[in-house]
Design a protein around this ligand. Structure first.
Ligand SMILES: *Cc1c(COP(=O)(O)O)cnc(C)c1O
Length: 392
């Protein structure tokens, strides 16, 4: 099925078929093209391909590969963007999207609550002469004030890690566009299943495919989705010359991850809601889950994502209480991955956000008692029982 013919079909159908390419053997499942190089039928053809190569013409795997291209076309069809470029990791995607379009003197307005490595990239941009102004992502007035001045890029995570604050994507995208900015969204926590980022105004969407797209914690990967002009003329030259391309093997894992992603993510979100409801109201546990009506941005979450998502945060009050609970868990794994089939628990203050000074953590709501749960595919009852015994 060609990419263009898949676009009018429903997301679940696109996730199975879009972007597929077949060799002369007519294989039913997508092949892994483990080749870095490509042979040209003639010197003239080699010259022509270096001037302008078509979507099925390849030069070198750092520039593109048939398996990577299948993954790119499939995720672009799902996101509803013209094109996509696959990268070695989620951070290669964030780096590629931002560094490819920013120059000294440009201004970025970003939400403060970001994945640790995303903050690192913004610090690096600042060191290279890009001004970065931060706002509290959930506060629309702060966005409005910051975007009263022109900006080149607006950058945020729709659903922030690990505090699960939601940015009102349609409203911020409108403010960003009025300020002349390209709106870049890191949509990992919202997932491609619940996100309608492009429809809601995002210009560029980046994913760590390592998370829900793989879905089993096997391989690193990332992807930048956007217009053909942005993906092929702005992001691709930067990434292909700086070495951030995905390996064809990892692209093949991600391609197949997309096939089951919708089923997995919906099951994980349903389980997350049941877990949040079961723990809600317990003594000495504050449950932070956007799907619960008492979440401060419940309404925004439902409007932007239509779901509370697959992640939960719990505030247990102190590091001692958090560590005690983590060490008692039997079914949940202590790890910093997320979007995995295995349910995972993290203590952000001492791991993913350890690098930040304590005041910065406090301002982001990452207290010593906060734990982050990534809900997997195990039986919901087992997950709840394990948490209940661990919380004592
Ligand atoms: C994991 C993650 C990244 C980075 O992805 P990698 O694949 O680990 O490089 C970026 N942003 C968010 C929100 C993430 O959760």
């Amino acid at each position: 099925m060609s990419d263009s013919s898949a676009r009018d079909l429903h997301p679940r159908t696109r996730a199975v078929h879009a972007g597929a390419r077949r060799s002369q053997y007519g294989e039913l499942a997508e092949a892994i093209f483990l080749t870095q190089g490509f042979q040209y039928p003639s010197a003239e053809e080699a010259e022509a391909r270096f001037i302008q190569s078509g979507p099925d013409e390849f030069i070198y795997a750092r520039y593109g590969n048939p398996t990577s291209r299948m993954f790119e076309d499939r995720i672009a069809a799902l996101e509803g963007t013209e094109d996509a470029f696959a990268t070695a990791s989620g951070m290669a995607a964030v780096n590629g999207a931002l560094f490819s379009m920013l120059r000294p003197g440009d201004r970025v307005v970003a939400a403060r609550a970001l994945f640790g490595s995303c903050l690192y990239i913004l610090e690096l941009l600042d060191a290279f002469g890009v001004t970065v102004d931060y706002v509290d992502g959930a506060d629309l007035d702060q966005w409005r004030a910051a975007l009263a001045t022109a900006a080149k890029v607006v950058f945020f995570e729709t659903l922030a890690n690990p505090t699960l604050e939601i940015v009102d994507l349609p409203a911020v995208a409108e403010l960003g566009h009025a300020a002349g900015a390209t709106v870049v969204v890191d949509n990992v926590f919202a997932t491609p299943v619940f996100s309608r980022a492009v429809e809601q105004g995002a210009d560029v969407v980046v994913y760590s495919a390592t998370k829900h797209i793989d879905g089993s914690g096997r391989a690193l990967g990332g992807v930048i989705c956007g217009t053909r002009q942005f993906v092929r003329k702005v992001a691709e030259p930067y990434i292909k010359h700086t070495g951030g391309a995905i390996s064809p093997f990892n692209a093949w894992i991600m391609l197949n991850g997309l096939v089951t992603m919708d089923l997995r993510v919906r099951a994980q979100a349903e389980s997350a809601r049941a877990i949040a409801e079961a723990l809600h109201g317990r003594d000495s546990v504050r449950v932070i889950y956007p799907g619960l009506p008492d979440h401060p941005q419940h309404e925004t979450a439902m409007r932007v994502m239509g779901s509370g998502g697959t992640m939960i945060a719990l505030d247990l009050g102190s590091k001692e209480a958090a560590f005690r609970a983590l060490d008692r868990l039997r079914v949940w794994s202590i790890s910093n991955n997320l979007g995995d089939a295995r349910s995972i628990v993290t203590h952000p203050a001492t791991t993913t956000h350890q690098r930040l000074p304590e005041e910065a953590r406090a301002r982001l709501g990452i207290g010593p008692g906060l734990i982050r749960l990534s809900v997997g595919l195990e039986d919901t009852g087992d997950l709840i029982a394990d948490l209940e015994q661990a919380l004592g």
